[in-house]
Design a protein around this ligand. Structure first.
Ligand SMILES: [Fe+2]
Ligand SMILES: [Fe+2]
Length: 268
């Protein structure tokens, strides 16, 4: 997509710097510059990461950048809603995560059961990897994403809910989910690493925190019940360490994972 001639002419006037006639952009010029930047972004070649397409294509075949003379995507993908400059956890829910009804209903149920606030937070966040990142091993991914920002017990519980959900615990009324029989078949056996992690978690002091995620994990959630994110503003405010620079633009060990969610098609 080429730049419109008017915008191109205007650009010469607005480059600014010492000795230029128009060092400051007017509102109109700013709007045009933004539009131009957007059209240039739209015109970039998107090269997706191997993991997005692996299986649909053979990952051993190198991904080659089409030689079309265009620049590659190195920032915000214009096909996606723009994130605020300093995104909060809720901004990820609003702009990058799929329907979060399951998470919010689970957190509401946990609240109704009168559990500690950090367990409510754990329920609200337990499946964020499914909602917006990587589905396989979602408990491990979510825990890693969240570790720098939540109490250790919260991320621990999220990591291990992944394994515990395959194993019943009658003492709290948790049965093997009927849905799993449908999804995986009645004869499904979890992988050995899931079995190992289940056994480890079962003897851990935070076992019940992870188990409470499973107990409040609604498998057949009611699509007619609407829960608003704002219901959890106070819990998140008290228990999630929102970085000032914005989630993803901070220097935590998992900030890059949040950045990847912001800009999932960045070339490098
Ligand atoms: Fe889960
Ligand atoms: Fe869940």
């Amino acid at each position: 997509m080429g730049r419109p001639p008017a915008a191109r002419r205007r650009r010469r006037l607005t480059v600014g710097g010492p000795g230029t006639d128009h060092p400051v952009m007017t509102m109109l010029e700013q709007a045009e510059a933004a539009e131009r930047a957007m059209s240039e972004e739209l015109d970039r070649t998107v090269v997706t990461s191997v993991i997005y397409t692996s299986g649909e294509r053979d990952p051993r075949v190198p991904v080659t950048r089409p030689d079309n003379g265009k620049r590659v995507m190195m920032g915000a993908d214009p096909r996606l809603p723009r994130m605020p400059d300093r995104p909060t956890l809720f901004d990820f829910f609003k702009y990058r995560f799929g329907p979060a009804n399951h998470l919010m209903q689970s957190a509401r149920l946990a609240m109704k059961h009168g559990v500690e606030e950090k367990v409510v937070l754990a329920c609200l966040l337990h499946d964020i990897a499914i909602a917006g990142f990587i589905r396989g091993d979602h408990g491990y991914w979510a825990a890693q994403m969240l570790e720098p920002y939540v109490d250790e017990e919260v991320s621990w519980a999220i990591r291990y809910h992944q394994a515990l959900r395959f194993y019943p615990d009658e003492s709290v009324g948790y049965r093997y989910p009927e849905l799993y029989k449908k999804l995986f078949g009645a004869d499904y056996t979890p992988d050995p690493y899931i079995e190992r992690d289940y056994r480890y978690a079962r003897d851990h002091k935070w076992y019940m925190t992870a188990r409470l995620i499973c107990v409040n994990d609604l498998y057949a959630f009611d699509p007619t019940v609407q829960v608003e994110l704002e219901e959890f503003t106070d819990v998140v405010g008290r228990h999630f360490k929102q970085p000032e620079e914005g989630l993803g633009w901070d220097a935590s060990p998992s900030a890059h994972m949040w950045r990847t969610i912001i800009c999932p098609t960045k070339y490098l």
